[in-house]
Write a protein that binds this ligand. Structure first.
Ligand code: MV4
Length: 509
């Protein structure tokens, strides 16, 4: 096993990987930019190196600087986390050339999945069902003919795209020409590649993804699915495992197809195969993510595995320590992504100093966080602060534990989306498992307690009481100085319990 690993990331995922390193007696090396000097990952790591200004291209995305730290620190491997360099095949290749092990798949696998048309060609050969359409970029003539054949509405997608960038919905033949020109120029600007292909449009799909894991000896297994339909503007908000619509039989079919995808890509380490699921529960390969994902904790809960430990063992050349039949799923896990964003201002990013932080815990709760009281959330990066994950024997227990934990959560000084999860988890459609990729937009157009006009007044009263009762300034049992003029001693300070109960009572519900 490695003795020292460089973590080329920041925030909660860097902390997550540091924790795994500590458990495995691996020394952790981290990097930080100017605005991250006081970040939690810097405090928790064994070593931390300054790599430059806040601008990611000059710090967390800078291959030379990251590899320079790997050499100077003596790290034998690099864990990329998610985002930043995690899906950059050139970085994985540069690591290989520099003799530093990349904790992830091969650059060749990453390249295959980086182009959606290349992925579709390979999946066709491997017999994987994907959304009907073209396997390569088309010119306008060919596009018009295929669109007629498939039938409108259709979607145009950029081959180099992903995560919703460079997509166009086309409802009729008359719209195709201009949509095609727009999609091409947008793709050229965004990705430096104007290849555009066509897919049949799936209305109100669900987004379900399958976790896979491969070793460097050709073995690939699946570790169950995650339901990721609760999203807004292609940003996931809440994920769960298992999916409420996937039964054992569908899981086995989807899992076997995901393994076929992995094998067709000579895939190793952690990967995720994304599917679109239509209203008849047909599912289609969409794309593959060649990294550990934000939402991996829900899979860890239901499988009982530690995916980061597993990543390290696989990167060290070991074989998968289990076979498919050894994997069993138990219970239900749901993850809430806590973002620094303002629910009253269209979920706009809300950076700033965290002046007060009260964090939940208790039965079935896991919190992966990159924040602490007193820390200032920088504006330069993704506003994800923490992930709150609830586990239960069944979905209802997971929901109830999460709701309880969300009521315990208090983040002061900045705005967060904590209140949004209280709405989602109480929503009858959500509780019934009736969710698709349009669920959250529909929920946000419904009126809620959160838009009550009395809210600012209630909040102001609550804040005033909170400010005078928290934090505690007098030790319990301590008597205040008795004035010399002989007036009666001041009343006993309220007990800790009473202060806390008062503070709780005035916080928004
Ligand atoms: C689609 C689709 C409907 N039909 N493709 C959006 C993100 C990108 N990875 C794929 N996306 C979609 N592709 C066809 N042929 C609907 C979406 C889509 C979506 C997919 C997954 C998760 C959330 C989504 C939200 C809106 C649209």
């Amino acid at each position: 096993m490695f003795k020292r690993v460089l973590i080329a990331n920041r925030g909660e995922i860097a902390v997550r990987v540091i924790r795994a390193c500590r458990e495995m007696a691996i020394e952790s090396v981290t990097v930080f930019s100017d605005v991250d000097r006081k970040a939690l990952h810097v405090r928790k790591a064994d070593y931390a190196y300054h790599i430059g200004p806040a601008t990611a291209s000059e710090s967390y995305l800078n291959v030379e600087k990251i590899l320079d730290v790997a050499h100077r620190s003596g790290a034998e491997a690099v864990h990329p986390g998610y985002g930043f360099l995690s899906e950059n095949a050139n970085f994985a290749r540069a690591c290989r050339d520099a003799g530093v092990k990349f904790v992830g798949p091969s650059p060749e696998s990453m390249e295959m999945m980086g182009s959606k048309t290349r992925a579709r060609q390979n999946m066709k050969r491997a017999g994987v069902p994907f959304v009907p359409g073209s396997e390569r970029g088309l010119d306008l003539d060919a596009m018009e003919r295929l669109a007629e054949q498939i039938g409108y509405p259709i979607m145009l997608k950029a081959a180099a795209g992903g995560g919703g960038k460079g997509m166009r919905l086309v409802s009729s033949a008359s719209e195709l020409h201009s949509a095609y020109e727009n999609a091409r120029s947008e793709a050229q600007r965004a990705f430096g590649d104007n290849e555009v292909y066509i897919e049949k449009y799936i209305a109100n799909p669900r987004h379900v993804e399958m976790q896979i894991f491969g070793d460097e000896h050709g073995n690939v297994v699946y570790l169950g699915e995650r339901e990721c339909s609760v999203q807004r503007r292609h940003q996931k908000v809440l994920e769960e495992s298992p999916s409420p619509i996937v039964d054992d039989e569908m899981r086995r079919r989807m899992g076997e197809i995901a393994v076929r995808v992995g094998k067709a890509a000579n895939y190793f380490n952690a990967g995720t195969v994304e599917f679109l699921v239509d209203q008849q529960r047909n599912f289609y390969f969409l794309e593959m993510n060649t990294r550990l994902q934000v939402e991996h904790p829900v899979t860890e809960f239901v499988t009982g595995l530690d995916l980061v430990h597993l990543q390290m063992h696989i990167a060290a050349g070991e074989r998968l320590p289990f076979k498919q039949e050894d994997i069993s799923l138990r219970g239900h896990a749901i993850e809430c992504r806590i973002y620094a964003e303002d629910p009253d201002n269209n979920y706009f990013p809300s950076p700033g100093q965290i002046t007060r932080l009260i964090s939940p815990s208790g039965p079935g709760i896991r919190r992966d966080s990159g924040m602490y009281e007193g820390w200032t959330v920088p504006i330069e990066y993704d506003p994800l602060l923490a992930k709150l994950v609830g586990y239960g024997e069944d979905r209802e227990q997971a929901i109830n534990r999460l709701l309880r934990a969300l009521y315990e959560y208090f983040v002061g000084g900045i705005k967060t989306n904590v209140s949004l999860f209280r709405r989602i988890l109480k929503d009858p459609d959500f509780r019934a498992g009736n969710i698709d990729t349009g669920f959250l937009d529909r929920l946000l157009t419904k009126p809620s307690n959160e838009t009550d006009v009395r809210r600012p007044i209630i909040a102001a009263i609550g804040a005033a009481i909170f400010a005078t009762t928290e934090p505690q300034t007098t030790l319990p049992g301590a008597t205040l100085a008795v004035p010399v003029n002989g007036s009666p001693p001041p009343p006993e300070p309220a007990s800790n319990w009473r202060r806390t109960a008062r503070a709780d009572a005035v916080r928004e519900r």
